[in-house]
Design a protein around this ligand. Structure first.
Ligand code: AKG
Length: 286
């Protein structure tokens, strides 16, 4: 992340990419509500590497979360320093205020613990029950961010595996939960996944438009786009290949992202992670 006086910018800026990287073969099917998640859906999670659930959270919870996000951006919590803008627009950020400034924000880092209206999402017993059933033990929250991908300027998040970012043992069953606050679809940069790619093991990541899988290693013909209504949640395995195109629409695409690990897991050294996921020292090119 880049710090310019009081303005925190995203670590990576917008980059040109081939739109074919997000040409999807299908829109992913969804379960309707946490209460309808059966063991067959959990088996599907293990087989496919993801599970999408519509109407998991209520309209009231989503509205409260959006108000809480707005308040954090407005600076209502003076201790919060996690507002991160899209990169390269610092002058515009300095000139803007209120709603216009809000529309330039890419990410809120570590929102959990700041506002009960946001904490309810990650603490929901129905979510925790599903995570426990997937992991075989109680989950612990490892990382969290609000991903706001603003209209027109919200950059792509290139294809990657979450495990490549986290210093966790290679066997760890990481599960990420991504909650849509706005309708999320291919036009405003919804999540795209490669079903079953979590079975391919760790993939070397490169610093290109982001810390990412090489574009030529993306299994383009297998892409599923995950369109969600507000309150819908996508769960995915930490080794699933996933990414999201830029938001070229005039609509917002706000989401809360929570990464869970089995409570018993302990962290490893960065070198150990990069020995697997990093490209340096390996005879590979991108
Ligand atoms: O919200 C997005 O567009 C991308 C989220 C994601 O995949 C990540 O941060 O790991």
């Amino acid at each position: 992340m880049i710090v310019q006086k009081d303005i925190l910018e995203d670590a990576y800026g917008p980059g040109e990419y081939d739109p074919a990287l997000y040409e999807y073969a299908r829109i992913a099917e969804c379960v309707n509500g946490f209460e309808n998640v059966r063991d067959t859906h959990l088996a599907q999670f293990h087989a496919q590497g993801f599970l999408a659930i519509q109407h998991a959270y209520s309209t009231a919870q989503v509205a409260a979360a959006m108000a809480a996000v707005k308040a954090l951006i407005a600076g209502d919590n003076r201790a919060f320093r996690g507002v991160q803008f899209e990169r390269g627009i610092a002058q515009e950020v300095k000139r803007s205020a209120g709603h216009a400034r809000e529309m330039l924000v890419r990410k809120l880092t570590r929102f959990v613990g700041l506002d009960p209206r946001l904490d309810v999402f990650g603490e929901d017993p129905r979510l925790l029950d599903i995570l426990t059933r997937i992991m075989g033990e109680p989950p612990a929250l490892f990382a969290n961010q609000a991903m706001l991908k603003p209209p027109g300027i919200g950059r792509e998040k290139p294809w990657h595996q979450d495990h490549a970012y986290f210093n966790l043992p290679m066997h760890t069953c990481i599960v990420s939960a991504w909650v849509a606050l706005d309708p999320a679809d291919p036009e405003n940069g919804c999540m795209h996944v490669i079903p079953e790619s979590h079975r391919d093991g760790p993939v070397v990541h490169f610093k290109r438009r982001d810390w990412q899988i090489c574009d030529t290693d993306v299994a383009r013909h297998r892409i599923a786009a995950v369109a969600l209504q507000p309150g819908g949640v996508l769960l995915w395995h930490g080794r699933l290949h996933h990414g999201s195109p830029a938001n070229r629409s005039n609509r917002r695409r706000r989401a809360l992202q929570l990464h869970y690990i089995p409570a018993s897991v302990e962290t490893i050294a960065t070198e150990e992670r990069l020995a697997v996921y990093g490209s340096e020292g390996k005879d590979v090119v991108c």
